[in-house]
Ligand binder design. Structure first.
Ligand code: ADP
Ligand code: MN
Ligand code: MN
Ligand code: MN
Length: 344
């Protein structure tokens, strides 16, 4: 028996994007055999998180995913859904709205900026670094500074130890901008892992006085400046069992017609301020257009290079979701649209 630290993580009721919240519960148990089922339902004061009125403020935390946490002794990270006192999903509970599809796979590419003292890491005080060019996959102090590499390396190691399927990282186009990719099978798993990976990085940043900026165009939006700097996306790669195993041109075109029909519903959950990012520049399509193309990073949906060769089978990349989007909403919307298309 040990005293086990469970860090209960959930999404609050803030709009347009929810923030992460967490608090620790100590339970007695055996670390080696501890599972999700051993994590009890818990509660919190929803009146402090925009999830309830003061008069009746209890909200419930229902554990939905468990990850070992090597940053503390005898510890786990516990991702939760927020429930109303009667056990129904809380209106802020976006995870509960995802359609079930065990054959769905998602891969999210999370781009983000690291910020210190109000500016991206490596930006000189009150000014700007030299223009974009050397920073993407950059190496060396003048390109990535000295703190960022520590943060992203720690993040990889903590994610791997947690069993999070992190697939890679790279320095991105703007100075202070980075990316990691998370992959998961099932309709909710990748999104669970994304939120916990975001949580882990936010916690690492505390130690360095660095915040993660998920806004999709932070430099343009919050920094009056002369050069045009890249924004951040959360490209969403997805496939269903049917798309991987059967696919075909006819099905693919019907799927893309459904995406074109639901353009507004998709953009509505693809992250705030996306018009600042989806401009047609910087490897994006304009926010009001929908198109698809092979290997084209200026398309809304990109078919990977072998997709057509393989008989329109495999996965697709929706390039429109931005860095601040809720991966639960993104995965849910993609599955809802996909499920409108007959597979026979
Ligand atoms: P790029 O930067 O070229 O767009 P990345 O390598 O950053 O590509 O990301 C590719 C993503 O595609 C990864 O997150 C990966 O997990 C995901 N992916 C690969 N195969 C599939 C698949 N069959 N279904 C869903 N996602 C997939
Ligand atoms: Mn990528
Ligand atoms: Mn990228
Ligand atoms: Mn991509």
């Amino acid at each position: 028996m040990a005293r086990i630290k469970l860090e209960y993580i959930w999404l609050d009721g803030y709009t347009p994007v929810a923030s992460l919240r967490s608090k620790t519960k100590i339970v007695d148990g055996d670390v080696a055999t501890f599972t999700l089922a051993d994590a009890p339902v818990w509660g919190f004061d929803g009146s402090s998180t925009q999830q309830a009125e003061g008069k009746s403020s209890d909200c419930l935390l229902k554990p939905v995913a468990l990850f070992p946490d090597i940053t503390r002794k005898n510890a786990f990270l516990v991702m939760n859904e927020v429930l109303l006192p009667n056990g129904e999903p809380h209106p802020s509970n976006t995870r509960a709205t995802i359609p079930d599809d065990p054959g769905a796979w998602f891969g999210f590419e999370q781009e983000y900026f690291l910020y210190k003292d109000g500016a991206p890491l490596g930006f000189p005080v009150g000014g700007f670094p030299s223009p974009q060019g050397p920073y993407y996959t950059g190496v060396g102090y003048k390109n990535v500074g000295s703190i960022a590499r520590k943060i992203v390396e720690e993040h990889i190691d903590i994610c791997i130890a947690a069993g999070i399927n992190i697939e890679g990282i790279n320095a991105e186009v703007a100075k202070g901008q980075w990316e990691y990719q998370i992959f998961g099978k099932g309709s909710k798993s990748a999104a669970d892992q994304m939120w916990v990976a975001r949580y882990i990085m936010a916690r690492i940043g505390e130690q360095y006085g660095v915040d993660v900026e998920l806004h999709c165009k932070p430099i343009l939006g919050r920094y009056n400046q002369p050069l045009d700097w890249n924004g951040s996306g959360m490209h969403t790669n997805f496939s269903t069992a049917y798309l991987r195993d059967v696919g075909g041109k006819k099905y693919f075109e019907a799927l893309m017609a459904a995406f074109a029909k639901h353009i507004d519903e998709h953009i509505a959950v693809y992250g705030p301020d996306n018009h600042l990012r989806l401009t047609g520049l910087h490897e994006t399509q304009s926010i009001d257009k929908f198109n698809y193309a092979l290997s084209d990073r200026g398309a809304s949906v990109r078919m990977p290079v072998n997709f057509i060769k393989n008989g329109y089978r495999g996965y697709l990349e929706d390039r429109r979701p931005n860095s601040a989007a809720d991966p639960y909403l993104v995965a849910g919307r993609i599955l809802k649209t996909t499920q409108t298309v007959p597979t026979t």
